[in-house]
Design a protein around this ligand. Structure first.
Ligand code: FA5
Length: 341
């Protein structure tokens, strides 16, 4: 047994003196001190020896273990010292070499467009207010003249929540909340995230952004002409170029009359393509003169006030502004796309 232990020591010290790197030393540590090493086996077998032998062999094995441990430590510090000695003559630092470029983050393109839209409307006297993503049926539908059995309720495929609330399907509910708290004259925009249970394609997402607008004053002070000029001013400031706009009659229960605004498709210049579904136009906006039923639902006297409301797709505006041909790219999280803005 003593011979076996001496042999281990002899071999370990020899191999340690030949070690050239820290990795070599690590291998030796495992080989001579690891759980499966000869020395560990000797220590494990002590319990089978007689009392006298156990003491003698135990002391010897432990001493050799310590010697190997300190041998490895010494060898390690020797190798480290060698590695760093005269490093200045072997390595040069070029302090004029350009450092690694630090990547800067920036706002998401939809946020950039949102801020720009807020600025434009601010210059036109509109206040920006926030709505809420979780809404109740009353504000999302009933108060906007969309009663339970009304067919228009189907237009907004809804994500219902277990507690009976819903994810707002448009930003219009904030019209109600704001008018309940504030008397005309008023001019607001409401940017917000909206949700619809519908299939996505190049111009549709199930989660997208809208910006609501509302301008109300005493009857006779606001007309469709005011709305048209506000929209023309807005489009000119945002797109910084001519885009053709068309107004189509449309139906929304909370406006009367109602219309939709399309802009000429910037991808095919109105000729018809995949993006505009061969129509030459992209719909960006629903709008109209506020229905008197909405005013009465917030407690205003019928016919006392008049105003216009609109709601446009922020994503669609961003697509046109930046020439993006698929709305889903905004939500892809793909840095190759996002870094272009
Ligand atoms: C509405 O949501 C009405 N609340 C707008 C409104 C407000 C009308 C005030 C009258 C007065 P609509 O469902 O058409 O209307 O949506 C408005 C705009 O949101 C559309 O013109 C379009 O630009 C955008 N939009 C609609 N669905 C999607 C979708 N799935 N993905 C991306 N954008 C969409």
């Amino acid at each position: 047994m003593k011979n076996r232990i001496n042999k281990i020591k002899e071999l370990a010290l020899k191999e340690m003196s030949e070690a050239k790197s820290l990795a070599d030393l690590e291998k030796l540590r495992v080989k001579y001190l690891g759980r499966r090493s000869d020395l560990t086996n000797v220590l494990r077998g002590l319990k089978d020896l007689s009392k006298g032998e156990r003491k003698e062999i135990g002391e010897m094995a432990n001493k050799i273990k310590e010697e190997i441990e300190s041998g490895i430590r010494n060898q390690e510090s020797g190798i480290k010292k060698l590695k760093f000695s005269n490093i200045e003559s072997r390595e040069k630092i070029d302090t004029t070499y350009p450092g690694e470029k630090i990547k800067k983050g920036h706002l998401h393109p939809l946020t950039q467009v949102r801020y720009e839209i807020e600025e434009i409307f601010k210059s036109m006297g509109f206040l920006t207010v926030e709505g809420r993503e979780v809404e109740d049926e009353f504000h999302n539908f009933d108060a906007l003249n969309i009663p339970k059995d009304h067919p228009a309720r189907d237009i907004w495929d809804t994500f219902w929540l277990k507690d009976g609330n819903l994810l707002q399907t448009h930003t219009s509910p904030m019209q109600i909340r704001f008018m309940k708290e504030n008397k005309p004259p008023l001019r607001i925009i409401v940017p917000g995230r909206v949700f619809r249970y519908e299939a996505s394609d190049a111009t549709h997402e199930s989660n997208f952004y809208q910006v609501e607008g509302l301008m109300v004053d005493e009857s006779g002070k606001i007309t469709v002409a005011n709305f048209k000029s506000a929209m023309a001013e807005f489009m000119k400031s945002l797109f910084k170029r001519e885009v053709k706009i068309r107004l189509r009659p449309s139906y929304f229960p909370f406006v009367e009359p109602g219309f939709e605004i399309d802009v000429s498709c910037p991808y095919c210049d109105g000729a018809g393509c995949r993006i505009c579904k061969k129509t030459g136009w992209i719909e960006i906006l629903g709008a109209g003169m506020v229905n008197q039923k909405v005013f009465t639902s917030v407690g205003f006297k019928k016919d006392k006030y008049e105003g216009f409301a609109f709601g446009f797709g922020l994503d669609r505006i961003a697509m046109i502004k930046y020439g993006v041909d698929d709305v889903r790219l905004f939500y892809s999280g793909d840095l190759r796309f996002l870094e272009q803005f």
